[in-house]
Design a protein. Structure first.
Length: 116
């Protein structure tokens, strides 16, 4: 089943039951797994849990689109936050490398640079 989640082409890859299991998973649900045609926020696919019940087709589609789009928003925000952290780390790494290299040159002390 092809769908669009916040403008991103996706497919409902499969659904499967997930029975309740104590405090870990207190209610019966159905897992709906989506795969994107192209990565969204470095994610190729994800699953959501919906209430276990007999859905009419339109109702099923409305529920999975709503929850799927909420999850896509979370994925995109998480990706943006990780990307910003990586950029900040890279800036700090370069600054510290320069400081270390300059200090090593000035003192005549061998040095190595951080490459990660």
């Amino acid at each position: 089943m092809k769908v669009k989640l916040l403008g991103h082409e996706a497919e409902v890859d499969h659904i499967h039951p997930r029975p309740a299991f104590g405090a870990i998973h207190p209610r019966d649900t159905i897992t709906v797994w989506f795969n994107f045609e192209e990565a969204v926020g470095s994610t190729l696919g994800f699953g959501i849990e919906i209430e276990a019940k007999d859905y009419e087709p339109d109702e099923f589609l409305a529920v999975i689109l709503d929850l799927g789009e909420q999850e896509v928003e979370r994925i995109i925000e998480s990706y943006k936050a990780r990307h910003a952290e990586m950029e900040e780390h890279e800036t700090k790494r370069k600054t510290l490398n320069k400081l270390t290299a300059d200090l090593g040159d000035k003192l005549g002390v061998p040095f190595t640079l951080n490459t990660r």
